[in-house]
Design a protein around this ligand. Structure first.
Ligand SMILES: Cc1cc2nc3c(=O)[nH]c(=O)nc-3n(C[C@H](O)[C@H](O)[C@H](O)COP(=O)(O)OP(=O)(O)OC[C@H]3O[C@@H](n4cnc5c(N)ncnc54)[C@H](O)[C@@H]3O)c2cc1C
Length: 437
């Protein structure tokens, strides 16, 4: 017996991962994607917590072939404040590596995997409609009796079903369902703008694959090596961005010129793409589930580019959602919109918790407390080099690395330790000096 009829709108990492997991579980899945993507898509740097989902999806080897192994990340805030992390140092806590991936190829792998296990695909741009209470089950593209929103009739026709049991909004930052239904979101303090491009012929003196993050005036930059290409981007507050020029290319060029390190990296390099702009915001929907529908990935919440959680959260949200739908993997019996909405409440709670934890941890990096804590620890080590001090410092760093790699992002102990030390463990190091404006 087939499981649920699930229409997934959006084939980014969230939608394609979910399509794979649900099709493997025996559900009948149609995955829509309008393929309206910019030339370059952000989300090129993965984190160790993203590796278990890749393994579960059966694509780690293929990802390794298109990507570059990422040993860690180096955060340079000033000449005196350079923090270099290698995941392998914490190998008893986490997967000791991650990957940098070109997003188009990465998404194509995920999509191919979904199709290989039986998900059907459509390139249609899908419209949603708020459903009126009087609508008849199964008619006019509705998702069945009591559903809160409907797919447009042409999308329902493309599925071949009278109506889907569940509509999944995986539309990314378009947040199609939340916007239609007027669902509010809690927002974080950052509202930055990012400009980035790919370069070839760049100079690299760091370890291959290491991701380099540098603090800039009014923001920060990323350098993500992707084999022969380098992704170089700047994330700036709006005033700083505006002061650097009128066009994205002017701003990226001017921001690079403010940094000796960035200038040296692209000396003699060639820009191979247009400069692409993303506006960032930090946002978690107050509701991501309703009768007949659910949101995953960025459509549910977006944290920040800092620490690179997005693609991993997208794949994790797919895993969490698939687990909640497991009771229907062999039969659609009882899959009313209301019953599904109830079954998906634990998913919504877990994902909200995950997004909130990321939002908090990213906040510690922006306001300077996370690096002040590490600075205070290394200053202490310089003063006293006893075994106890070393063990304490190792423990603190491992917990912070566990959070920043996503491995223990929801660990109450690690978060509690960060909060406690952020208040009491800074030993005179001022977080303001390590904050990002
Ligand atoms: C500046 C910046 C830098 C970032 N850097 C990183 C990073 O280094 N690492 C990382 O992990 N994350 C990063 N992210 C976040 C990452 O890009 C996202 O979290 C991730 O892409 C979310 O995946 P998704 O599947 O939810 O959505 P998306 O990848 O946005 O996919 C949504 C898909 O839905 C399709 N779609 C939308 N509406 C419709 C419709 N109505 N009908 C049909 N199709 C539709 C779109 O075309 C798209 O293909 C960054 C984000 C920003 C803004």
């Amino acid at each position: 017996m087939p499981g649920l009829r699930v229409a997934i709108v959006g084939a980014g990492p969230a939608g394609a991962a979910l399509a794979t997991l649900l099709a493997e579980d025996g559900h009948d899945v149609v995955l829509f994607d309008d393929e309206r993507r910019p030339e370059l898509v952000v989300g090129e740097s993965l984190i160790p917590a993203g590796i278990p989902p890749l393994r579960r999806l059966g694509i780690e080897t293929a990802v390794a072939a298109i990507g570059m192994r990422k040993p860690g990340a180096t955060l340079t805030w000033s000449a005196q404040n350079r923090f270099s992390f290698r995941f392998a140092r914490y190998s008893s806590w986490m997967v000791p590596y991650a990957y940098n991936v070109p997003r188009r190829e990465f998404d194509a792998l995920l999509l191919a995997r979904a199709e290989a296990v039986g998900a059907r695909r459509s390139t249609m741009h899908v419209g949603f409609a708020r459903r009126s209470a009087a609508a008849t089950p199964g008619s006019n593209g509705t998702a069945g009796d009591g559903a809160e929103l409907a797919l447009a009739p042409d999308a329902v026709a493309a599925t071949g079903w009278p109506a889907p049991d569940l509509v999944v909004d995986a539309s990314g930052r378009a947040r199609a369902a939340a916007r239609l239904l007027g669902i509010p979101a809690s927002t974080g303090p950052r509202n930055d703008v990012a400009h980035f491009a790919h370069f070839t012929g760049y100079q690299w003196s760091d370890e291959p694959g290491q991701v380099l993050i540098d603090r800039l005036d009014g923001g920060w930059s990323w350098r993500i090596p992707l084999n022969e290409r380098l992704s170089l981007g700047v994330v700036l507050n709006r005033a700083a961005a505006a002061s650097l020029g009128a066009t994205p290319a002017e701003r990226l060029t001017a921001a690079i010129a403010t940094s000796d390190a960035l200038t040296a990296t692209i000396a003699g390099a060639q820009r191979r793409t247009d400069v692409v702009t993303y506006s960032n915001y930090q946002l978690i929907s107050s509701r991501g589930v309703g009768p007949g529908w659910v949101a995953i990935g960025d459509a549910f919440g977006f944290v920040d580019p800092m620490l690179s959680p997005g693609v991993t959260v997208a794949m994790r949200s797919a895993e969490m959602l698939a687990a909640c739908l497991a009771p229907w993997r062999r039969s659609r019996a009882g899959a009313t919109p209301a019953a599904l909405a109830t079954a998906l409440q634990p998913y919504a709670r877990e994902l909200t918790g995950l997004l909130s934890a990321w939002m908090e941890v990213v906040g510690y990096l922006y306001d300077g407390r996370m690096l002040a804590l590490i600075r205070a620890g290394s200053d202490m080590m310089a003063e006293r080099s006893g075994r106890f001090a070393r063990a304490l410092q190792d423990h603190i760093e491992a917990n912070i690395a566990g959070l920043a790699s996503g491995t223990s992002i929801t660990s109450r102990y690690s978060l509690g330790l960060l909060r406690f030390l952020g208040r009491h463990g800074l030993r005179g190091v001022s977080p303001a000096t390590l904050a990002i404006q």
